[in-house]
Ligand binder design. Structure first.
Ligand SMILES: CC(C)(COP(=O)(O)OP(=O)(O)OC[C@H]1O[C@@H](n2cnc3c(N)ncnc32)[C@H](O)[C@@H]1OP(=O)(O)O)[C@@H](O)C(=O)NCCC(=O)NCCS
Length: 165
């Protein structure tokens, strides 16, 4: 695979079709996040308009292989979504997205939550990136399911520094 990373932190109304495609490609996360569609259009794209969100995309040749949706708002510094297309999994795309996301969010603490059902896929990546388990909440997104809250703690003496690539 020949992987290329791209960053987008500005909303472009001419790219409505690209945003729709991005939503369709990632829509299987609805299994664990039932309000994903409302969140994607109502919260994420609105946040992109305010420069409080970033899309990190990894391309293999010219095709999208995976994407990370990031939040760097007053409220939180967070990896909202980490998604690799099914046919590109197990080839290091998720690791690359994680590394680039942490690099963009930098400085302050970085949060991510993972459904208990997906934890086995992500645990190695979270441990390798120094994420610490902060809490587990039941019924948070889906009734009967556990959501795991992880965080990379704030680095002492490093100012909050959202890095625009
Ligand atoms: C989780 C996900 C992002 C991993 O992406 P990926 O490109 O397959 O990950 P990588 O190939 O970089 O592998 C990263 C590590 O996870 C491990 N891993 C990946 N898939 C795994 C699986 N199904 N079971 C167990 N471990 C797995 C790899 O072995 C690797 O560990 P290593 O570095 O020790 O070898 C991808 O499976 C995905 O998009 N899943 C659906 C969406 C999701 O669950 N997102 C997470 C919540 S936001």
């Amino acid at each position: 695979m020949s992987l290329v990373v791209k960053f987008c932190n500005k909303f472009d109304e001419k790219r409505a079709d690209d945003y729709d495609r991005l939503y369709e490609l990632t829509s299987s996360v609805k299994k664990n996040y039932p309000h994903y569609k409302d969140w994607f259009y109502g919260v994420f794209l609105e946040g992109l308009k305010k420069n409080e969100r970033t899309i990190v995309s990894v391309f293999n040749e010219k095709s999208l292989a995976g994407v990370a949706l990031l939040e760097h708002s007053e409220e939180e510094n967070k990896i909202n979504t980490l998604f690799v297309l099914p046919n590109c999994r197990g080839k290091g795309v998720g690791s690359l997205l994680m590394k680039e996301s942490i690099d963009v969010l930098g400085g302050s603490e970085i949060n991510i939550t993972v459904s208990g059902k997906n934890l086995f896929k992500l645990k190695g990546l979270l441990d390798a990136s120094d994420f610490k388990l902060m809490k587990i909440e039941k019924d948070f997104y889906v009734k009967g399911e556990e959501e795991y809250f992880y965080q990379i703690p704030k680095k002492p003496n490093v100012k909050r520094s959202f890095k625009i690539k």
